[in-house]
Design a binder for this molecule. Structure first.
Ligand SMILES: [Zn+2]
Length: 335
């Protein structure tokens, strides 16, 4: 399929809204396509791009395929857009969203851009570029000494542990386009504020035999007493609620296609797999099960398998649709 560079022919409007988001509108012959995004993000965080597609004709069913690719010298991440509202039969405005993650050790690159490629109603594919900046961010480092029991837990080969790890990775890599539960920002899963280990920390595990193993901390640890309430950081579907050898009682919630929150070392599960939860719902009690040197909650966010800074989803509302754009009129209902 031929890719037409619409940048050359379309009128591009760049405006900064009150939310400090950047908007780019491509005015085409049949459709106007607006991309809303934050133009700066950090390693260990994500870029979100929201597409608003408006047809010039009324009662047109918009069937859109769209992808976004974040790249510098080479591809950093790539993902398909998903619909924010369920697909309606005849709507002339529709909204789509995509998240593009960056690992915490990803370097800052010059000339970074997001390339959006889309096709509407099987018409010719178009693409445009959004210039973005990956700003520098440093994460701390720590050394953790493990006793012989915990050394064995990490170091000893175990087929059951291997199988649990395979299931975990498979779950986190699952992208279900229709699973849109939460795009209004997260809350922290506990009222406890004592952070015992930051996200992104590079770690050196020192085993009881003196051997060292490099690692990094994929989540955010809250030092809270065993039995403290743990709540869902956002609305979603519980895709895992079970015992795991390394992480003890564990919960995983799916919030958006490819976006998961994880809760480890729990003492008690208060939800089951398949449950639909709201933001703030009780899902477990905290503990010190699995590989834990003391009672704490490990809270982790994964997007397309990439571990991201959990607090960036609490602070950053880039992916939250603005009010005027989210109220979509259904032309069929208006009659
Ligand atoms: Zn942790």
């Amino acid at each position: 399929m031929k890719i037409k560079q619409l940048l050359l022919t379309a009128i591009i409007l760049i405006a900064t809204s009150l939310m400090f988001a950047t908007e780019v509108t491509i005015n085409g012959d049949n459709y106007d396509v607006t991309a809303t995004y934050e133009d700066t993000s950090y390693p260990g965080e994500a870029f979100f791009v929201r597409l608003t597609i408006e047809s010039h004709k009324k009662n047109i069913k918009l069937d859109i395929k769209a992808t976004a690719e974040l790249s510098g010298k080479k591809t950093i991440s790539k993902a398909d857009f998903y619909y924010l509202q369920p697909k309606a039969k005849a709507k002339n405005v529709t909204q789509m969203l995509v998240g593009l993650p960056m690992w915490s050790w990803q370097g800052v690159e010059k000339n970074t851009k997001i390339t959006v490629t889309y096709s509407i109603n099987d018409e010719e594919e178009n693409s445009f570029e959004l210039p973005v900046t990956i700003a520098p961010k440093k994460y701390p480092s720590e050394v953790i000494h493990l006793n012989s029991k915990l050394s064995d837990l990490i170091g000893k080969p175990d087929p059951e542990k291997k199988e649990q790890s395979r299931i975990l990775n498979e779950t986190l890599a699952t992208i279900t386009p229709e699973d849109v539960y939460e795009y209004t920002g997260f809350i922290r899963p506990t009222t406890g504020t004592r952070i015992t280990s930051e996200f992104g920390q590079t770690r050196t595990f020192v085993y009881s035999n003196g051997k060292e193993a490099p690692s990094y901390h994929a989540g955010l640890d809250f030092g809270i007493p065993t039995g403290t309430e743990v709540s869902a950081c956002g609305a979603g579907k519980v895709v895992m609620a079970r015992w795991r050898i390394v992480t003890g009682y564990s919960v995983i919630i799916e919030h958006l296609p490819g976006l998961y929150s994880i809760y480890y070392h729990l003492s008690e599960l208060k939800c089951k797999e398949g449950d639909i939860v709201k933001k703030g719902d009780l899902v477990a009690l905290s503990g010190a099960t699995g590989l834990a040197t003391g009672p704490h909650l490990h809270w982790e966010i994964r997007m397309n398998s990439v571990a991201l800074e959990p607090d960036s989803f609490v602070k950053n509302y880039a992916y939250q649709p603005t009010k005027d754009k989210v109220e979509v009129k259904d032309e069929t209902e208006a009659k």
